[in-house]
Ligand binder design. Structure first.
Ligand SMILES: Cc1cc2nc3c(=O)[nH]c(=O)nc-3n(C[C@H](O)[C@H](O)[C@H](O)COP(=O)(O)OP(=O)(O)OC[C@H]3O[C@@H](n4cnc5c(N)ncnc54)[C@H](O)[C@@H]3O)c2cc1C
Length: 268
């Protein structure tokens, strides 16, 4: 029979992680469905009671989305237009119950190719703050994600939050295509962040998810936006979609291109 621990402080959680191996549990909305009907014998470190890791706050040069921030917290928080895309993703993650318990950090740590939050975080240039009993480190999201269901997190580390660089003049958007409007796993989704001056795009980030083992940024599309050039299929080379039950690879490519064009048009 596994052990269940629900510490109230980060120090206690990190001390536990330093002592032996635990399965970290946040909202559980990825954790439990992945285990099916029979729960395995594993030691659970439930982080939902950790103090002070819930509110999204502005620091000097970045925003912090802490590990306890749920999708509902993102929806409810007063945030600048930079966060519009993450908010649009939040209202489409599952239904209200899932949004009330599922966390943004859990979505990232689960490292699903279809995680709706990940393209948003890539487009926001988000960094992952990891803590252990021996110290802190910070990694860009693209380095934190190592592959499907694989991250750079060490067993003794906890992700304590996501740092999102402040871009007060930037706006963002998110578009998701599924087989129906809500409660659906994405066929493709796109996140865009742009900053404009004098009618021109001066900063652009575009990322696509569910079209490869991991969500990917599209640097050629970003360069085209800065150069006022048309967006073409060739610029989607970083995506490597597969045929599966939800869509063919060819359909996903077309859908991703259309979503990118629509998301950009809506912002700029
Ligand atoms: C009905 C339903 C609908 C859903 N719809 C969507 C959807 O539309 N889009 C979508 O993207 N997802 C969807 N999901 C998946 C899920 O809700 C999200 O990915 C959610 O954000 C996961 O967060 P969580 O807090 O529940 O993570 P958990 O399930 O608690 O954890 C997920 C993983 O992350 C790890 N982890 C969590 N927090 C930390 C931390 N701080 N440090 C280290 N590791 C950590 C856990 O160990 C686990 O491996 C759905 C799930 C359900 C059940």
């Amino acid at each position: 029979m596994g052990v269940y621990l629900r510490p109230a402080t980060l120090e206690a959680a990190l001390a536990a992680l330093a002592a032996r191996r635990w399965t970290v549990l946040a909202g559980g909305t990825d954790h439990f469905p992945a285990r099916g009907d029979v729960l395995p014998d594993e030691d659970i470190l439930d982080i939902t009671a950790l103090d002070g890791l819930r509110a999204i706050v502005a620091r000097d040069d970045h925003w912090l989305v802490p590990s306890g921030a749920t999708w509902s917290d993102v929806i409810a928080a007063e945030l600048p237009p930079l966060f519009d895309g993450l908010k649009q993703a939040a209202v489409q993650v599952g239904g209200r119950q899932v949004q009330n318990t599922g966390t943004v950090v859990g979505n990232l740590c689960n490292a699903s190719p279809a995680a709706d939050g990940v393209p948003c975080l890539l487009a926001l240039d988000a960094e992952v703050e990891l803590a252990s009993a021996s110290g802190h480190r910070v990694l860009p999201v693209a380095d934190f994600l190592r592959g499907p269901r694989t991250t750079a997190r060490r067993a003794d580390e906890l992700v304590v939050g996501l740092r999102i660089p402040r871009r007060d003049a930037a706006r963002s958007g998110f578009l998701k295509l599924g087989a129906r409007r809500y409660l659906v796993i994405s066929i493709a989704m796109v996140a865009v962040v742009v900053e404009m001056a004098d009618g021109r795009i001066t900063h652009a980030r575009v990322a696509v998810g569910a079209c490869g083992p991991m969500a990917a940024r599209l640097p050629a599309v970003e360069a085209a936006l800065l150069a006022r050039a048309p967006i073409t299929m060739a610029m989607l080379a970083p995506i490597t979609p597969i045929d599966d039950v939800r869509a063919t690879a060819a359909y996903r490519r077309e859908a991703a291109l259309e979503l990118v064009r629509r998301a950009v048009a809506a912002l700029a």
